[in-house]
Design a protein around this ligand. Structure first.
Ligand SMILES: Nc1nc2c(ncn2[C@@H]2O[C@H](COP(=O)(O)OP(=O)(O)O)[C@@H](O)[C@H]2O)c(=O)[nH]1
Ligand SMILES: [Mg+2]
Length: 221
């Protein structure tokens, strides 16, 4: 595998209410840092990162589109749903409203995205409700873990609780979704000709081709 840059490019979208931490999750993934006062996202922002799925022996290039969560951008962001293989549907565990609104974001995803898209529900900001020594939380949590898990199960979504601030489960969320997408590719649900959200590094002479050019291109590789 020497020299291989990536085996698959998977396009992800990150969606959910404003201020739940979508941009922070992306910055944590790509730059391993956390901004206390990030600028609000205007329209759509982009980030990319290589991750490894060791048990599959595959290197994945994640291409992530971070959408603005405000109503005024909703019509713009819808067009970005189309070519995605994966979606992070984010809510804030300290905001019940953001969890309730996740339903309408999911409805948007279902309406506009590929029906085979893998969606992972991410309850962000768990660092704000860490338990004390007696096991009691400090009271900021508004959505119990079980409730998030139950809704994810009902809707057929993957589920994880994470923190862009501490980094907990951020890469794991993308990895879990990528594993699910790889599984779909294996089963022939996604293929790179039909699904714009999945791009395969083209084989030459039975080996995976180098695609240094595209991997190094642009501002975000
Ligand atoms: N404590 C905590 N704050 C967070 C976390 N993620 C984001 N924030 C904060 O929440 C606010 C909104 O974050 P942002 O990433 O802009 O949200 P977006 O509108 O969904 O992109 C910012 O002040 C962030 O610093 C987290 O995991 N924990
Ligand atoms: Mg944002």
């Amino acid at each position: 595998m020497a020299g291989i840059t990536w085996h698959y490019v998977l396009k992800f979208i990150i969606t959910g209410d404003a201020a739940v931490g979508k941009s922070s999750l992306l910055v944590r993934l790509t730059d391993q840092r956390f901004l206390v006062n990030p600028d609000p996202t205007l329209g759509v922002e982009f980030g990319s990162k290589l991750i490894e799925i060791p048990e599959e022996g595959k290197v994945i290039k994640l291409q992530c589109w971070d959408t603005a969560g405000t109503e005024s951008f909703r019509s713009i962001t819808r067009s970005y749903y189309r070519g995605a293989a994966g979606c992070l549907l984010v809510y804030d565990v300290t905001s019940r409203a953001s969890f309730v609104n996740a339903r309408s974001w999911l409805a948007d995803v279902r309406e506009h995205a590929d029906p085979h898209l893998t969606c992972i529900l991410v309850g962000n900001k768990v660092d704000l409700c860490e338990e004390n020594a007696e096991g009691a939380s400090n009271g900021r949590r508004e959505v119990p873990t079980e409730e998030g898990q139950r809704w994810a199960d009902e809707e057929g979504l993957l589920f994880v609780e994470a923190s862009a601030k501490s980094g907990q489960n951020v890469e794991a969320a993308f990895e879990q979704a990528s594993r699910d997408i790889l599984d779909k590719i294996k089963r022939g649900v996604f293929d790179d000709d039909r699904s714009p959200g999945v791009k395969l590094s083209k084989p030459t002479n039975g080996n995976l081709a180098l695609d240094q050019g595209s991997a190094k291109q642009g501002c975000c590789s």
